[in-house]
Design a protein. Structure first.
Length: 301
């Protein structure tokens, strides 16, 4: 007999996936609010990472399962925190002030496509024609953003759009490293807490020495509210991420990229009145088509 709990579990996973995708899609607009509010990149990302790390550490304490702190663990946390979280987040925060939120959202969708390409170069994944075709289609979609003169609202945005690709590239590279070097004796929630805290710690001296440290005002400006919401969103996103994988698996979880892309664009249109050319919408179709091929169940079998 079929397990009656399976449909309920699948329905819950789908609901959580919608919440997670909407939550992560909102993060781009929150970053823009912080940037427009005058918070410097290092100061914003310091709180974003450190604050979320503290929230998750409290949850680890409540569960009684703290991160391990041997030398090999610390090396992993530091590398993942600085290059896998802090550096791409700072780059995103810098770029988001110069290009539409929707364009940055599309660029982020390149992360799973680039992950496959880097895994191929590292010899960490076998060649699959379907996934390779998806990567090429997705990268072609990204070119539709930066090459046609009419794709962006202003030609001056092209260099910033190119710089935006640094963020998904860093995420993709650390995805491959994370899979190859992850400590097996630390659970996912503890890893997330340690990596976020490591990102905050690695940013702290640069934030202070550069004069970028920011202390939220008692009046709670729009930028302050965005920062606090981003800390909450990052914490909630980590919890939902692990819960969805537990309920439905990593292949199901990978479909969140579609929801993030669509909701990220919609949030940008809602908050900032963004309008996009037909090149951007064509790029959206191409990138989502490529993503469908790369993350398909058959391709990941």
């Amino acid at each position: 007999m079929a397990d009656p709990s399976v449909p309920a579990r699948t329905g819950l996973a789908f609901l959580l996936l919608l919440v997670l995708g909407t939550n992560w899609g909102l993060a781009f607009s929150l970053s823009k609010f912080g940037q427009l509010g005058g918070i410097r990149p290092l100061g914003y990302v310091f709180w974003q990472c450190g604050g979320a790390g503290v929230v998750l550490l409290v949850l680890c304490l409540l569960r009684g399962r703290l991160p391990a702190f041997q030398a090999r663990h610390l090396r992993y946390y530091l590398l993942m925190g600085s290059l896998g979280i802090a550096a791409p987040a700072v780059n995103l925060f810098v770029v988001i002030g110069h290009i539409p939120v929707g364009v940055m959202t599309l660029m982020m969708t390149l992360a799973p496509l680039l992950t496959y390409g880097i895994a191929q170069l590292a010899g960490n994944d076998r060649f699959d024609l379907r996934r390779f075709t998806g990567m090429i289609i997705g990268l072609g979609g990204a070119l539709l953003i930066v090459l046609p003169e009419a794709s962006l609202p202003s030609p001056e945005m092209v260099p910033w759009a190119v710089l935006a690709i640094v963020t998904p590239t860093l995420y993709a590279a650390t995805n491959v490293y994370a899979a190859m070097a992850r400590p097996q004796d630390v659970d996912s929630l503890a890893l997330a807490s340690a990596m976020l805290l490591s990102a905050g710690v690695s940013l702290a001296p640069f934030t202070i020495l550069s004069g970028s440290f920011y202390w939220p005002s008692a009046a709670l400006t729009t930028a302050d509210i965005a920062l606090l919401c981003h800390i909450f969103a990052a914490s909630l996103g980590s919890l939902l991420f692990f819960e969805i994988i537990r309920l439905a698996g990593v292949v199901f979880m990978s479909q969140v990229a579609y929801i993030v892309t669509l909701t990220g664009i919609l949030w940008g249109m809602y908050f900032f009145g963004e309008e996009h050319s037909h090149w951007i919408w064509t790029s959206l179709v191409a990138i989502l088509a490529g993503l469908a091929l790369v993350t398909s169940r058959r391709a990941q079998a």
